[in-house]
Design a protein around this ligand. Structure first.
Ligand SMILES: Cc1ccc(OCc2nc(C(=O)N[C@H]3CCS(=O)(=O)C3)cs2)cc1
Length: 341
């Protein structure tokens, strides 16, 4: 009987000390299994006296039941703990913010072109595009720049062959569009696109840049139409409280010609670094289409008149975003580009 009690206490202690379900199973096999001490004891029952045998048998059953219930209790506790551990490990915090998905973005020049296009399309302009490799005729001659004109100078232009070149402005698209109209107005287009100049790159000059030119040809087009279109464009693009002014200028393809200034947004016209103290910022060039250009485009200058303009896209982007070096647009540095997502 003492032996049975010893066994019970020994096993109970190991059950209590068990840390995993495996430890517990080992204790059950060790004490209650076929080769365990309990079985050994039961084998010895035969040698006991008549009065002792039932007592030992009963004690043995009590020990076995007690150990089984101790094991069951411990087992369910270990299983509960294991489940708690698993739940904690696999817990998902559904309130966490989603992981950002890396995504691309528009190039700043693309978004400036699209914004300016929207304004002019809103005023009834169509968008026209054309080839970047152009003939000498469309890039120069049709724009009233006859052979040997200084603007054709080799130093400014990338020539592919004697007659083929990289366009220095998007004006050829306007000539091509006029030709397609067979002398019938109205023409009302803007021509965005890449242009190329054989020039040393620096903070404000790039050998490749973008332009948006425009052309309106119809009967009775006047300088006031030109001014009206720009008044609307500048207020929509640069803000309602911007003022505009036209300064006389010269271009071979327009007569009279002008340059358009807008009042400086930073100093409101007092003068600052951005507007070099003048209070005004030049944004584009324009003028009434030269009669020779109309004629070469197939329009009768006695019947039709028109105005045209040209603007540098990088200049608009640099004004809008406060960028100080034009080369940022073309070096594909994601530290620069990712600011415009
Ligand atoms: C048939 C045709 C007739 C006339 C045309 O006149 C296009 C014009 N461009 C300008 C002008 O100032 N352009 C510059 C602005 C900044 S820039 O990008 O460096 C080029 C004035 S009038 C075009 C096509």
């Amino acid at each position: 009987l003492e032996r049975l009690q010893e066994l019970h206490d020994e096993a109970a202690a190991q059950i209590e000390a068990a840390e995993t379900l495996n430890d517990l199973r080992d204790v059950r096999v060790k004490y209650l299994g076929k080769k365990g001490p309990m079985t050994e004891l039961m084998k010895g029952m035969g040698k006991l006296s008549g009065e002792e045998r039932p007592k030992v048998g009963q004690k043995a059953n009590e020990v076995r039941e007690s150990l089984n219930s101790l094991i069951d209790v411990k087992e369910s506790r270990l299983e509960k703990e294991a489940l708690q551990e698993q739940l904690k490990a696999e817990a998902i915090d559904v309130t966490l913010p989603g992981r950002p998905v890396p995504r691309g973005g528009r190039h700043p020049l693309t978004s400036v072109v699209e914004t300016i296009e929207d304004v002019f399309v809103g005023m009834g302009f169509n968008v026209a595009e054309g080839p970047e490799v152009e003939t000498d005729y469309y890039n120069f001659e049709s724009l009233n720049l006859p052979k040997h004109h200084p603007a054709r100078d080799m130093q400014d232009t990338f020539f592919v062959t004697q007659d083929l070149l990289l366009r220095t402005q998007t004006s050829p698209v306007q000539t091509r569009t006029m030709e397609e109209h067979q002398g019938q107005g109205p023409v009302k287009i803007i021509c965005p696109g890449k242009v190329y100049r054989r020039d040393e790159d620096d903070a404000t000059h790039s050998h490749q840049f973008m332009q948006i030119e425009g052309l309106v040809v119809d009967e009775g087009i006047r300088m006031s139409d030109l001014k009206g279109i720009f008044a609307t464009f500048v207020k929509e693009y640069f803000g309602e409280d911007r003022e505009i002014r036209l300064r006389p200028s010269f271009f071979p393809f327009t007569e009279p010609s002008a340059e358009l200034d807008i009042s400086c947004a930073l100093c409101g016209g007092e003068g600052c670094r951005t507007c070099k103290g003048s209070g005004w910022i030049e944004v584009l060039g324009a003028g009434m289409v030269h009669p020779n250009v109309l004629r070469m485009g197939g329009f009768d200058p006695e019947k039709y008149s028109g105005f045209a303009f040209g603007m540098g896209v990088e200049r608009f982007a640099m004004l809008k975003y406060g960028i100080d070096d034009i080369r940022h647009f073309y070096t594909n540095d994601t530290r620069f580009l990712s600011q415009f997502k």
